[in-house]
Design a protein. Structure first.
Length: 395
């Protein structure tokens, strides 16, 4: 089975750019790399796969970038080679390594590499790679990808495509409710039982999340994980580091550092406020959402069916956030809130500069346009739409 991102990366294979795939652990970056390797190999194209989990290979490449040619041999004048490197962030200086080979063998070696956390991009990938790389982010699977992975090929084309035949609606809702509980990590989606799904998610929450803390050199790894669990209970709410710090037993600076690592590890997203005055906007608190709902539920230790959950509204809002983020991009997404607590969940801007407002309601009967008069009178040029359960599948 193949992720949608694989097709985008393959379109880039004939370019000179370094293709850098980033994303949370366990989202399938290694699988994509191996699938690209197999595809090139089957076409008798010269391709090499290296994982820097192999300490000997890592030592060789850290000693000298030229040692790569001991592993793959120098390409001939008329030959182009593809070098696929998994976990490139483990190099002491991945930026220098890639720049050296890019500048030396521009038309001879094409790199496709993966990295698990974007804090390595900030810390280890300097501006020396500017103009030399293209970055691809691999998130957990969307609901449409989940349907494809589960063999529901007749359902997937109708999702978020304007209209869904009533014949398919019940089946889509069944998968949607499961998605709100277990999310889109590939191993979770492909697990056969709920018990196995829970086991995998617990491992991701307890082991892989803590590994990010270890590799980013944070202190108090247990407090990092505890803070992540605290944030899970605040999904869709305002992120107030001043109130979080004493509850987590940390100072404000450490909380800010931990949240930065969580964002760079692709566990959480922060949604900034919408405001005409940019300075005022930057001073306001952001809202918090999780990159995967299964991870969020593992952190709260709650896998109850959606009908029995008091937090189903928060889960639904988080889902709509992820849907809008995919459609508009995180830079074009905001929320609106006044000092007295009036709020609109999402303000999105498209490529043409048009803005749209969305209010997420699991039960659309709870929506009343009169409650949003403050927004509609302030921004009459922005249409406001309630996104209910059925709308989430059509929009």
């Amino acid at each position: 089975m193949e992720r949608q991102l694989k097709n985008e990366i393959e379109k880039d294979l004939e370019t000179k750019y370094i293709s850098l795939i980033i994303g949370a652990r366990q989202t399938g970056k290694t699988t994509i790399l191996k699938q690209i390797f197999s595809g090139l190999k089957n076409k008798n194209i010269s391709v090499f796969y290296l994982t820097l989990e192999d300490k000997e290979i890592l030592r060789m490449l850290d000693d000298n970038p030229k040692n790569l040619l001991q592993l793959i041999a120098k390409p001939a004048d008329t030959e182009r080679r593809y070098v696929l490197i998994d976990e490139v962030q483990y190099l002491n200086d991945p930026s220098n390594f890639l720049k050296y080979h890019y500048d030396t063998y521009l038309d001879k070696i094409k790199f496709i590499v993966t990295g698990s956390s974007s804090f390595y991009i900030d810390r280890k990938f300097r501006d020396s790679l500017a103009g030399r790389k293209r970055i691809y982010e691999l998130p957990a699977m969307s609901l449409k990808e989940v349907l494809i992975f589960k063999g529901e090929d007749d359902l997937a084309p109708h999702l978020n495509n304007g209209n869904i035949p009533l014949l398919y609606m019940d089946r889509i809702k069944e998968h949607f409710y499961e998605y709100l509980i277990y999310g889109g990590y590939p191993e979770v989606v492909l697990s056969g039982t709920d018990k196995e799904k829970k086991r995998v998610l617990k491992e991701i929450a307890d082991s892989y999340a803590k590994k990010d803390a270890v590799e980013s050199n944070l202190s108090y790894h247990d407090k990092y994980l505890n803070l992540l669990k605290m944030l899970a209970f605040g999904t869709g709410g305002l992120l107030n580091t001043n109130s979080l710090a004493p509850d987590a037993g940390l100072d404000n600076k450490t909380v800010a550092q931990y949240i930065w690592v969580m964002r760079k590890s692709f566990h959480i997203h922060l949604l900034p406020p919408f405001h005409n005055n940019l300075i005022s906007e930057l001073r306001k608190m952001s809202k918090l959402y999780f990159a995967d709902l299964g991870l969020r539920n593992a952190l709260t230790n709650d896998f109850s069916p959606i009908g029995n959950r008091p937090d189903k509204g928060e889960l639904f809002e988080n889902y709509i956030y992820l849907l809008l983020k995919e459609r508009y991009g995180s830079d074009n997404l905001r929320f609106w809130r006044t000092r007295d607590g009036k709020e609109v969940d999402f303000i999105a801007k498209d490529d043409n500069g048009n803005s749209y407002a969305y209010e997420a309601k699991f039960d659309p009967a709870a929506f009343s346009i009169s409650k949003y008069r403050s927004f509609t009178e302030t921004y009459p040029e922005i249409s406001l739409k309630c996104v209910g359960l059925d709308d989430a599948f059509r929009m």
